[in-house]
Design a binder for this molecule. Structure first.
Ligand SMILES: [Zn+2]
Length: 259
């Protein structure tokens, strides 16, 4: 089902992007919905929502590392069948038109798979492993164990009870402070500290475009609000930007030939 959207707002959003030299995209779960990312609740049917909550907390890794590793191995296996959708592809297209930094709360790695470069993954990446015992980053694992020290391995994601990676967050703050437009897609942007990114962007004078199926607390402060699904609206927005650029180029070349 396509949710209708007001064309005037899409036009305004296109205009903001057209004028922008630098764009920062801040996105969340809404861009991956069309890829069928399993939610915590329906992860394989093997796991109750209680298990999901339990194993998403750092305490489970410490208290029951074997069950923790088994749970995450099942989650990772599920992600292998998931592919990027038109929303991810549109963002890759945007990077071809504008200098665009992408900050995501998603751990699915689908933006990179869709061809997006230099994605700042605030909550890590489920397909990567790390070992807190021997300190291996993106280490290889076998049957849920670290190949470096054979202790149970963990996914390189930020668990409940843990802080965001400082370096990634600082880079995200820099991207937020150094853009003309921030495009906030598929996230209600309420979870701190990530929620501070649009605030930083506004403080540094950026325009804000919000794209979400539901109302967000950011809507009031935004310059444009596009209500609808990312996999519908993003391709349309980027197509409009691309078409505008092409006709600009055509006009310029006709004009220069006449001179
Ligand atoms: Zn290790």
């Amino acid at each position: 089902m396509t949710i209708p959207h007001p064309t005037a707002e899409l036009r305004l959003a296109t205009e903001l992007l057209r004028k922008a030299r630098r764009v920062t995209v801040f996105c969340g779960a809404g861009i991956s919905q069309a890829s069928g990312i399993p939610t915590y609740r329906d992860a394989g049917g093997l796991w109750t929502s209680e298990d999901n909550l339990q194993f998403s907390h750092v305490d489970a890794y410490k208290a029951n590392p074997r069950a923790f590793a088994a749970f995450w191995a099942a989650r990772t296996a599920q992600m292998k069948s998931v592919t990027p959708n038109r929303a991810h592809e549109a963002l890759s297209g945007l990077q071809g038109l504008r200098k665009t930094a992408i900050v995501t709360q998603n751990v699915d790695g689908l933006l990179t798979q869709a061809g997006c470069g230099a994605v700042l993954e605030l909550h890590g990446n489920i397909s990567k492993h790390r070992c807190d015992v021997c300190g291996t980053k993106d280490g290889r694992a076998f049957v849920g164990r670290c190949l470096g020290c054979w202790k149970p391995i963990r996914p390189d994601v930020v668990l409940f009870g843990e802080e965001l990676d400082k370096q990634v967050f600082v880079e995200a703050q820099v991207a937020a402070s150094d853009c003309d437009v921030m495009l906030v897609v598929g996230t209600s942007a309420v979870v701190e500290p990530a929620a501070s990114l649009p605030v930083t962007a506004m403080q540094f004078g950026a325009s804000i475009i919000v794209m979400n199926t539901e109302e967000t607390p950011l809507d009031r402060a935004a310059d444009v609000v596009l209500r609808g699904m990312a996999e519908v609206l993003l391709p349309e927005l980027i197509d409009r930007l691309r078409t505008g650029e092409e006709s600009d180029k055509l006009l310029k070349s006709v004009f220069s030939q006449r001179q």
